[in-house]
Design a protein around this ligand. Structure first.
Ligand code: BG6
Length: 364
């Protein structure tokens, strides 16, 4: 049972420093700055033959798939994208022999994802799995894969499995990168970054008490935005998903860059925005959008790094530690889990079993 914790979700959030270590264990090679993924069943030649990566998953697994696609494209310089597995099969997709298909699923039993894998394989494509539950239907159906080793996840809203999905993608991106042009120096930089992550996740979790009041403010809103750019956009999508799943508040994710092309019309003092503003090449542009929101008196919560100066912008600041920029998305995600959790708790809702949702949807 959830033991001393009020819920499985909180227990699973707090387990992340340990479970993150489990997915990395034995897979990092600091000498050559790469990853070893025996379960993938692909040698260097197979890995080099990959010309494109297509990631398939549902819900949070789809959003973390978007984070993974970004990592792969960045590190391996192969075009990569993620698609909702629930849509994939219904558009009679073209399956390419030199595309690596990656199914991502905590349970390994989500029917939409399983059917997507079958569609790929029926048409002769190679599909590997990033799956948590060993021996599950998706794991069995795939050509090989990376087990996530997050341990059993009970709460409907995925937290520790999602973090390990991200780390699984980081390992895959590193390996795909190192058989191509990713330098050994960059490989080592990322291996060191991955090794630092569990302790940094712990640091974020240690700020929980500071996030409670922010969560209560957000819980009072009927509608809110989560915004981010490039690496931050899938984080915003996942943050909005968590928030709506368990707090039943309308939460919508947008690219920060798209704000001025529509949703800015909705910003007012009753509509808060949670903005992801990491310290990177887009910081200045992100701050520009925050000014637009502040000018319309939209309440702001900014998830950011210590060196980002918000200038005069009136915002609640949530600071996370910096890692290598490619790996920042997962550290930006952790406070959003806590915000959703404390909002739902403030509202007195059943956090582990939100209404209308199942942990895994095994029928079409
Ligand atoms: C949904 C769950 O139905 O399935 C989500 O409510 C989950 O929380 C999604 O992310 C995918 O599940 P799985 O097991 O395939 O990762």
């Amino acid at each position: 049972d959830a033991g001393e914790h009020e819920s499985y979700m909180r227990k699973e959030i707090l387990e992340q420093p340990t479970t993150a270590q489990a997915v990395l264990r034995g897979r990092l090679d600091d000498r050559f700055g790469t990853a070893h993924l025996g379960g993938l069943d692909m040698d260097a030649r197979d890995l080099r033959a990959v010309r494109r990566v297509k990631i398939l998953g549902c819900g949070s697994a789809y959003y973390v798939g978007q984070m993974g696609a970004g990592l792969i494209e960045e590190l391996a310089r192969i075009p990569a994208d993620a698609e909702a597995a629930s849509e994939f099969r219904y558009r009679d997709p073209v399956i390419e022999p030199d595309t690596l298909y990656v199914a991502v699923s905590q349970s390994g039993e989500t029917i939409d994802t399983l059917l997507a894998v079958q569609e790929v394989r029926r048409k002769g494509g190679r599909c590997v799995g990033l799956v948590n539950v060993v021996g599950s239907a998706i794991a069995r159906e795939c050509d090989g894969g990376i087990y996530l080793h997050a341990g059993p996840e009970v709460a409907v809203a995925s937290t520790k499995a999602l973090t390990n999905m991200f780390l699984g993608f980081a390992l895959l991106a590193l390996q795909l990168g190192r058989v191509r042009d990713l330098s050994i120096a960059d490989g080592k930089r990322l291996v060191a970054g991955l090794e630092r992550l569990p302790a940094q996740i712990e640091e974020v979790l240690a700020t929980e008490s500071e996030l409670v009041e922010v969560a209560h403010v957000l819980a009072e809103a009927q509608s809110l935005f989560f915004i981010g750019r490039v690496r931050g956009f899938p984080v915003a999508r996942e943050g909005a998903q968590k928030f709506k799943e368990i707090s039943y508040r309308h939460a919508e994710a947008y690219q920060t860059s798209e704000l001025k092309h529509g949703p800015l019309a909705l910003i007012d003092p009753d509509v808060p925005t949670v903005a992801l503003v990491p310290s990177d090449e887009l910081t200045e542009r992100n701050l520009g959008a925050l000014h637009e929101i502040a000018a319309r008196s939209g309440p702001l919560v900014v998830v950011t790094h210590a060196d980002v100066d918000l200038g005069g912008i009136d915002a609640r600041r949530v600071v996370v530690p910096r890692n290598e920029p490619e790996l920042d998305p997962i550290l930006l995600t952790i406070p959003l889990q806590l915000l959703a959790y404390h909002a739902a708790q403030h509202l007195g809702l059943d956090i582990d079993k939100p209404r209308n949702l199942a942990k895994s949807v095994t029928v079409e």
